[in-house]
Ligand binder design. Structure first.
Ligand code: ATP
Ligand code: MG
Length: 341
């Protein structure tokens, strides 16, 4: 969100999934910007559209996904309009991905070395020996033990943490400008989670890579991201620099997400939750998507969709921050905190 030109700019991206005769909500008017060497975290509950956004950028969505509007500008090109050949040249080389489960992303019958060499050869004409040198160099730089030996091993011979390091090394082989990591640590134990998060956080400085990390964990987002984008039911609820969002959330949904982060001082107490549920993907939403669960809801929230309001340099999709929305004059809903705001 800081000054300078953007490597990636998603502009009002709207897409849906077709399932039979139904059109399911995927993303609605999602905009974001990411500069070289910066880290943006996309957070939200399950089903909020985080992976949909991560996969939409390199156009890796399934065939039933349909972009209805918007642009994905990457290094001067609108990716929604590029031909498949041009996209193939960008994927892997300029935009790389790391997924949640390294075991299902690695081929079980091919050695680590074969898979890394294939990734290199898909974009560059290089010989076997050079592939090995480059791959072992990258395995070393992501902290994999015995890189030369592990180059010749099969995925099942490595632990989960080692496999995720291999995935990260493979993604970085071609020195991509942008790394999209979808829940890269959720299949790992907390110690490994910390190590992989630290490793990813070092890439902007070491390689100039920009990172878009998808996570349901605000703690991870807080620890590594420069900016955080909060998604809910496919919409951006809040988009802000990380320290401000964590210390002074603008949106009641961000506040609720922060309140449910487990803390050791709450030991022995039941884990807090956000009451209610995310609206289902085929449920029409007239007003604010979060209105049904929000403690600040007033009548206007159910009838009018809030715009993304600028609050300084931050953005929040909430009527509270728009003086013209009518929220401040609207009657509060019985029992809501909005009555006293
Ligand atoms: P999670 O935290 O569980 O990974 P998410 O935030 O990544 O969730 P998405 O996987 O992006 O959520 O899904 C967003 C919405 O789109 C959900 O309602 C989901 O059911 C729907 N969806 C995702 N993929 C498809 C698909 N191929 N066909 C139909 N609907 C889909
Ligand atoms: Mg997901």
């Amino acid at each position: 969100m800081s000054a300078g030109s953007d490597l990636l700019a998603v502009d009002r991206l709207t897409l849906s999934y077709r399932v039979g005769a139904k059109k399911l909500r995927g993303l609605k008017d999602v905009s974001l910007e990411l500069k070289r060497g910066r880290i943006l975290a996309v957070v939200g509950e399950s089903g909020s559209g985080k992976s949909t956004l991560g996969f939409a950028i390199p156009r890796l969505l399934p065939g039933n996904a349909e972009v209805e509007a918007g642009e994905v500008r990457f290094a001067g090109n609108d990716l929604t309009r590029l031909g498949e050949r041009q996209m193939q040249a960008i994927r892997g080389a300029r935009i790389a991905m790391v997924f949640q489960d390294p075991l299902s992303s690695l081929h079980p019958c091919m050695t680590i070395g074969q898979q890394m060499s294939d990734a290199l050869r898909a974009h560059r004409r290089i010989g076997t020996r050079e592939c090995r040198t480059l791959a072992v160099e990258m395995l070393t730089s992501v902290g994999l033990s015995d890189p030369d030996e592990n180059f010749d091993r099969f995925p099942h011979q490595l632990s989960g943490g080692m496999r995720q390091r291999v995935m990260v090394a493979t993604a970085l082989l071609l020195r991509p400008d942008l790394l999209i990591a979808d829940e890269p640590t959720s299949a790992l134990d907390v110690v490994l989670q910390g190590q992989i998060t630290e490793l990813l956080s070092s890439f902007p400085k070491r390689f100039g890579t920009a990172i878009l990390i998808v996570t349901h964990d605000l703690g991870i987002a807080d620890g590594m991201a420069d900016d955080i984008l909060v998604l809910y039911a496919g919409e951006v609820m809040e988009y802000s620099d990380a320290p401000a969002l964590i210390s002074h959330p603008l949106h009641p949904y961000t506040e609720a997400l922060l309140a449910v982060v487990p803390s050791r001082k709450d030991r022995g107490r039941p884990l807090p939750t956000i009451p209610g549920r995310v609206p289902s993907a085929d449920e029409p939403i007239d007003g604010c998507a979060y209105a049904g669960r929000c403690a600040m809801t007033r009548s206007v929230c159910h009838g009018k969709r809030p715009g993304l309001t600028l609050v300084g340099e931050r953005r929040a999709r909430c009527h509270i921050h728009d003086p013209a929305s009518g929220w401040h004059d609207a009657p509060a809903m019985p029992g809501s905190d909005g009555a006293t705001a």
